[in-house]
Design a protein around this ligand. Structure first.
Ligand code: MCA
Ligand code: AMP
Length: 499
């Protein structure tokens, strides 16, 4: 019986006595113990009625059991669907409707509300949250062996939602081979081995924290210092005993802002990886001046996993995202005609390879718009490529704000604002922010009767959207700037209000 991802990432660790996870409370889990826990959880999934191909939706705290649950879902042939813990009930309701999971695993403290949402569909609900979690408890007396369900390279292993320019989140369908091929390419390129110790301070519901960080560690048999969240004190404490850190640019600006962060703290460190958002050349330089290390920047997307990376051994250039990974092709095309651009010309970054997803869940038209029949995926990022293949991102053709590594699509926020009775129209845009890279500003044109209350607007936004998407500033304007075609000029808003 084969199960592509399980056989490569997890099964080789049966009986492996090496440490895998080191948690905040001081507990550690060996690879063997982790595998046994995953098997117990897989038994609970099957007993709950999860069938191969079913979605297991997970919105739960970052505990070791959540990684074992990911392994259990893969082992049981299910499709793992992780969600940001910051999502509101309204957002969760959308994902539940769209993905139609057979099981929801939520935080114990959210059980009542999640059960109320799940009830109408008859979806099973289990909880994670230390000893109190019903999933954890149910697993405790199960067998520590489980025969992995047959799954081939093209079967789906995960469904990751990514917001879109239409305001509606889309589920990116990722196959066993999408995840495995990318993990192999990154582990080889970054030379990750069982001698490595990774500081894992990213959330575990996105590609970066779940696949880039965990799948490579699993493949290599590395140790993972599993931090519940980003905490500067913990990072400074762990650096001398670690070799790898993977983070978003905010991690690096926050670390650099602390004067205790010095060269001698990172003597043991091998690689600092940055991604999910543009790393300022200034941060790159300051980091090198302070530590002698050049941050290794790489580029990816939920739909494609990682696409390019600066080299481990060659030159890591600030402001570039490096070369296409092994097995991944990048072309730069004219965004209007789709024709290939000459080297050095700006165009749409398109990508093809085993890393590229299988399409959007239940959205064949969207899939057809963004995934060409030739297999090339249109990233919506604008870039250039030099003759030797090095890629730089120079902008985006999609209207997107990246705040602290989280993607925020203005359309989703504008839809909420425009639905309010006193709002005529709105435009949401990003402005530079020293901590998060960009932050969200909303410009609103209100009805002329003057009854619009910003407090009421904030309340409405709060009930519908996760906190990280909330505008940090509201502007009341008489009119939005428009070009001669009537299109709102967000560049003008950014230039006028960016400071
Ligand atoms: C937290 N807040 C945020 C963000 N994070 N607001 C905007 N943008 C954010 N990213 C809110 C909190 O709710 C809080 O709200 C306030 O801001 C201050 O929180 P703070 O304590 O400063 O933040 P934090 O908890 O320390 O989190 C910052 C963070 C975190 C560590 C940078 O956002 C983070 O872990 N980001 C990584 C995201 C990531 O993994 N991205 C990868 C996805 P209040 O005002 O109520 O206090 S992209 C991906 O996977 C692609 C494929 C790729 O290429 O990697
Ligand atoms: P997501 O949809 O969360 O997978 O985010 C993918 C987007 O993040 C890409 O389309 C890029 O716009 C952005 N991104 C990821 N890595 C980088 C990077 N190193 N530099 C600039 N943007 C990046």
């Amino acid at each position: 019986m084969t199960n592509t991802l399980f056989d490569a990432l997890f099964a080789p660790h049966v009986g492996n006595p090496a440490t895998f996870l080191e948690c905040d409370d001081g507990t550690t889990l060996t690879y063997d113990a982790f595998l046994k826990r995953a098997a117990q959880l897989a038994h609970v999934l099957v007993e709950t009625g999860v069938q191969p191909g079913d979605r297991v939706l997970v919105q739960a705290p970052k505990l070791s059991d959540i990684i074992a649950l990911y392994a259990a879902a893969v082992q049981a042939g299910a499709i793992y669907l992780p969600l940001n813990t910051a999502y509101t009930q309204a957002e969760l309701d959308y994902f539940m409707q769209d993905a139609d999971p057979s099981l929801i695993v939520c935080n114990s403290k959210d059980e009542t509300t999640v059960r109320a949402l799940a009830k109408t569909r008859g979806t099973a609900v289990l909880t994670l949250g230390g000893a109190a979690g019903s999933l954890s408890r149910a697993a405790d007396d199960k067998s520590t062996e489980f025969t992995a369900v047959e799954r081939g390279p093209d079967d789906l292993a995960a469904l990751l939602y990514t917001s879109g320019t239409t305001g509606r989140s889309k589920g990116a369908m990722l196959s066993h081979n999408n995840l495995l091929s990318n993990a192999i390419a990154l582990t080889d390129l970054w030379e990750i081995t069982s001698d490595d110790r990774l500081i894992h301070a990213l959330p575990i519901f996105h590609t970066h924290g779940l696949f880039v960080a965990m799948n490579t560690s699993l493949l290599a048999g590395a140790k993972v210092r599993f931090c519940e969240a980003f905490d500067l004190e913990v990072i400074l404490h762990e650096l001398p005993q670690s070799t790898l850190l993977m983070g978003v640019p905010t991690f690096y600006t926050r670390i650099l802002a602390d004067t205790r962060f010095t060269k001698d703290l990172v003597d043991n460190m091998r690689v600092f990886v940055s991604g999910s958002a543009p790393l300022l050349a200034e941060t790159h330089r300051e980091f090198e001046d302070r530590t002698g290390h050049r941050i290794l920047e790489r580029y990816g997307m939920t739909e494609t996993n990682m696409i390019t990376s600066n080299p481990l051994n060659g030159e890591r250039l600030a402001g570039t995202v490096g070369y296409p990974l092994s097995g991944t092709e990048v072309v730069i095309s004219d965004p209007d005609t789709g024709a290939s651009q000459p080297f050095g010309e700006i165009g749409m970054i398109e990508v093809r390879g085993d890393n590229v997803f299988q399409g959007y869940w239940n959205m064949p038209e969207k899939t057809a718009e963004e995934l060409r029949e030739t297999g090339f995926f249109l990233t919506g990022d604008l870039g250039i490529q030099t003759e030797d293949g090095r890629v730089s991102i120079v902008g985006r053709s999609k209207d997107l704000i990246i705040s602290g590594g989280y993607n925020i699509y203005p359309k989703e926020i504008e839809d909420v604002l425009n639905d309010l009775p006193d709002v005529v129209e709105s435009a949401v845009f990003g402005v530079p922010n020293p901590d998060f890279g960009e932050s969200v500003v909303a410009a609103i044109v209100a009805e002329t009767d003057g009854t619009l209350s910003i407090e009421a607007v904030k309340e409405s936004v709060q009930s519908k959207l996760a906190r990280f998407k909330h505008p940090r500033e509201y502007l009341l304007l008489e009119a939005l700037p428009r070009n001669t075609m009537g299109k709102v000029q967000k560049n003008v808003l950014r230039e006028t209000y960016g400071t």
